[in-house]
Design a protein around this ligand. Structure first.
Ligand code: SAH
Length: 256
């Protein structure tokens, strides 16, 4: 073989290898890339509409959040009965009196966590697993806690089917956080306590952010940022979440 054609073939092989690397490296989501569950064109059009009509016009700009929500098959996270409505502008029931949050609220909370340099994120309230998947598309490692065991099992099945390998999960009361894995760069709570859980504030890294709904019927969506000397608190909006369930109120000292 002449040496110019050898050079061409070598160049071709290098190009193919580079393209493969580009396809694999950007995601942190195990083997979800190339998974046909992500590529149904009809549902992709619905997802693009969801992002273009519900999320961008309401001010969400973070490209990592928009990309994750364009990509994740949200219809896989809801009961089959609700699959046709998976990209609608609202929450949906997921069983056991719980709901998957409205897409815009997922986007708002995720963007507010400013995850650019985050490595470890904790979620309290796995529910369907959708929010955990959004986080897992953006950061290297997600830890998620769910108190209702059958929901945790169902979410684990969905996340495994979609190929997410960077999500660790636990069944239990997320009020206590996950002390063995702390500190976290960000913490998101997707059920509403009536006060801010002190263990979650304690498990935040300096510079890290905690977002959660706080209150009874309607809640303030509060964002805490841990500084070297304490915490800065801002309120983003009013929201309505399911209440945070407590296993054994009497066994939780030090609440505030
Ligand atoms: N993030 C979810 C939505 C969750 S709805 C999603 O993307 O689908 C709130 C979830 O919080 C419910 O599944 C509920 O069972 C769970 N939850 C309520 N109290 C909890 C607690 N103390 N610890 C962990 N999970 C809790």
């Amino acid at each position: 073989m002449s040496s110019p054609s050898r050079t061409l073939i070598s160049l071709w092989i290098i190009c193919v290898m580079l393209i493969q690397c580009l396809l694999v490296i950007p995601g942190c989501s195990g083997d979800s890339r190339g998974n046909p569950l992500f590529t149904d064109p009809t549902r992709q059009a619905e997802r693009d509409r969801m992002v273009d009509e519900q999320i961008i016009p309401r001010g969400i700009k973070d490209p990592t959040v928009l990309a994750a929500m364009r990509r994740i098959p949200r219809h896989k996270f809801v009961p089959a009965l609700y699959s046709p409505f998976a990209y609608d502008d609202g929450p949906l029931p997921i069983g056991y009196g719980q709901t998957i949050s409205q897409p815009f609220i997922v986007a708002l909370m995720t963007e507010a966590l400013a995850l650019q340099d985050a490595k470890k994120v904790l979620e309290v309230g796995t529910g369907s697993g959708y929010q955990a998947a959004v986080l897992a598309e953006i950061v290297p490692h997600v830890f998620t806690i769910e108190i209702v065991e059958p929901l945790a099992t169902e979410a684990a099945k969905t996340l495994a089917e979609l190929g997410y390998r960077n999500i660790s999960r636990r069944v239990g009361d997320g009020y206590q956080g996950w002390p063995e894995e702390a500190p976290f760069d960000a913490i998101i709570v997707t059920a509403a306590p009536d006060h801010v859980p002190q263990p979650l504030l304690d498990q935040l890294a300096v510079g890290g952010r905690l977002i959660l709904p706080v209150g009874k019927v309607f809640q303030e969506l509060a964002l805490y940022r841990r500084t070297a000397n304490g915490y800065e608190r801002t309120v983003l909006t009013l929201v309505r979440f399911v209440p945070l369930i407590r296993k054994d109120q009497s066994a939780q000292p030090g609440e505030r």
